[in-house]
Design a protein around this ligand. Sequence first.
Ligand code: BG6
Length: 518
Amino acid sequence: MRGFSAMKKIEATIPKQDMLCIEAAAGPTGFTVFGASGDLAYRKLYPSLYELYRRDLMSDHFYILGCGRSELSDSSFRDSIEEKLRQEVDSPNDKKLRSFIQHFSYVSGSYEDDAFYRAICQRLQLLDEQFNVSGARVFYLSVPPFLYEPIADRIGQSGLQCPAASGRLQQVRLVVEKPFGKDLESAQHLDTTLHRHFDESQIYRIDHYLGKETVQNLLIFRFANSIFEPVWNRNYIEHVQITVSEEVGVGHRAGYYDTSGALRDMFQNHLLQMLSLVAMEPPVSFDADRIRDEKVKLLRSVRQLAPVDVDQYFVRGQYAPGTVDGGLAKGYLDEEGVPQGSVTETFVAGKLFVDNWRWNGVPFYLRTGKRLHRKLTEIVITFKTVPHSMFRAGGLDDLPANVLRFQIQPAEGMYMSLQAKRPGSKICMSSLEMVVDYQDVFGVKMPEAYQRLLLDCMLGDQTLFTRHDSILASWKILTPILESWGKHKTINTYPANGSGPSSQQTLWDGSDAHWSAL
Ligand code: BG6
């Protein structure tokens, strides 16, 4: 083969007049945040709500009632939020920030004490009056998962979820963070508890990956262009890869992470959700349930493994010490709070097949890991190579495949590799990469995923939230893997700051293709 050179990039631009945008502002809303002084609330929820407020996407009729175990007064809660927002938000607007903070108040108590919920109920009635909120009431569970059921039960028993309680028209919504159970059985149990008090239409299960712009763009890309759908199948696509690689280790979250591992923490939700958006059939309309119907159908088509086959299709690993920037990076077992001898996986790679008409025989390679060489989240579609090279006589027999990449992190964008003639010689080709860098093309900072999701929740749009049947379908896929791994008492390691365990290559069955570079 002759004449190929390193890939060159060509940029794309989007004419402004071609933009079609729909963005509605939220109506009056009363937020109740359980776990109000926790990390997630400070880092993600309040900054995202502030951004929505700053962009006039929130009504002035809103309040945020923080609930938690920490004993805080309204004013100390407001001070802590103001301080955090000044750190987290780019160039906060002083006037807006001060008026935003006035919408916060706080009630402290114990999550399993009925008196706490009576105090919340009284406070909500006062706040509804004070801020003239008669729209949505949102309960946000930003607490450790073992508290989901006790809190949901008490919200139900104390009538907080009952619109008539305040004598006004209220739409009540419950927001739940992942993990949604730790296996099929616990996920079913959680659903039963939630459904005892809330209808499915009131439950918003957050998977923050669905709020990322490029992930949402999969819907537009696939179903607002006519040229991709005809080739989006086993006849043209060789394989699909989805990678979520993180530089960070487990940090201070060992208590949670060690009982979870990468399969439950990332694969069950973020990776399988991205898979379902890439591979689902076209929904009939841009409607939450029509889209979620297709996603669940896809997950139900993923081939279930027999436990004895798991090692052939799934690889796991745990990070060991390594070097980062000339210094020593801890191994997982040395991290604060990790139990001695833990075999929890911090890396997982799997090869999945979707047994349906469209995808029969096309492998989907999914992987995720912590403490890897770089942060990268991408979906890579590799097309089949041309069936015959007419340039063979010139030595160009193995023409590279076209590759379409959706990069979600660190920068959001789309990349398409193509072969093209290089100027000059008669036959000389190059691989070019067409680049759409979101930030460059649209000239805006990518919004934090939580902004989209919180706004949609206030608007009552469940499109980007995971429905219960999709959760159960994903746990069914993972059941044999959990069973098989549960029997192993050892785990392979990989050095921190590398590209994961070398055994991940075995998933490619010796084919020439391989994981995209990390
Ligand atoms: C969370 C996981 O859901 O996603 C974390 O619990 C992980 O372990 C995080 O670090 C990654 O999110 P992002 O948006 O930084 O890729």
